[in-house]
Every structure is written in C-alpha cells, then in structure tokens.
Design a protein. Structure first.
Length: 94
C-alpha cells in the first residue's frame, strides 16, 4: 500500500470503489474521444487520486486541466495540486 492511498484511506466500500472505476473509465473515454464532459469537482479529485495511485502523471495533468476548465475559481484545486506535488516529492513547487 503506498503512502498516498494510506493517507486518504477512509475505508471505501466496494460501491465507492466501483464508482471511482466508472469515473476513471468515463474520463479515459473522454480523452480517447477528444471531447469535454462535465464532472463534479469531487469526482475529478477521485480521478486524480486514482491516477496518483497508479502514478500516471500524464493523466493527472489532464485531470487537473479539466478541473481548471470546469472550476476556474476553485480554491480546492490549489490544495489538491499541493497534495499531489507533495506526494510526488516536489514540495518545493507546492
């Protein structure tokens, strides 16, 4: 179990894990079909968390790009970016 997952492990149920899988699949299809879809901010954060666990930095960047397009005035995005930078040991940039 990596540090990022254990740091946020809140005992997700199978239903929540399935929901995250569905969100990730939908996000991947959006990228493959080169289209823009709406996701709730909390859903984008789940997608980012998933790609942190799999260490897929390209998809993390795409998810943050979507987050910025959909929620340009969100303060939460700055916090999420800081968490991700710290996770990838880039605290200087956070």
């Amino acid at each position: 179990m990596n540090y990022f997952y254990s740091m946020y492990d809140d005992g997700l149920s199978y239903r929540e894990e399935d929901n995250t899988s569905l969100l990730v699949n939908r996000f991947n299809q959006m990228i493959e079909n080169d289209r823009l879809e709406y996701f709730e901010s909390e859903d984008i954060e789940k997608i980012i968390d998933h790609f942190c666990e799999t260490e897929d930095t390209a998809k993390i960047k795409r998810a943050f790009s979507l987050y910025e397009k959909l929620f340009p005035f969100s303060n939460q995005i700055s916090l999420k970016k800081a968490q991700v930078l710290i996770f990838f040991d880039k605290a200087q940039q956070a």
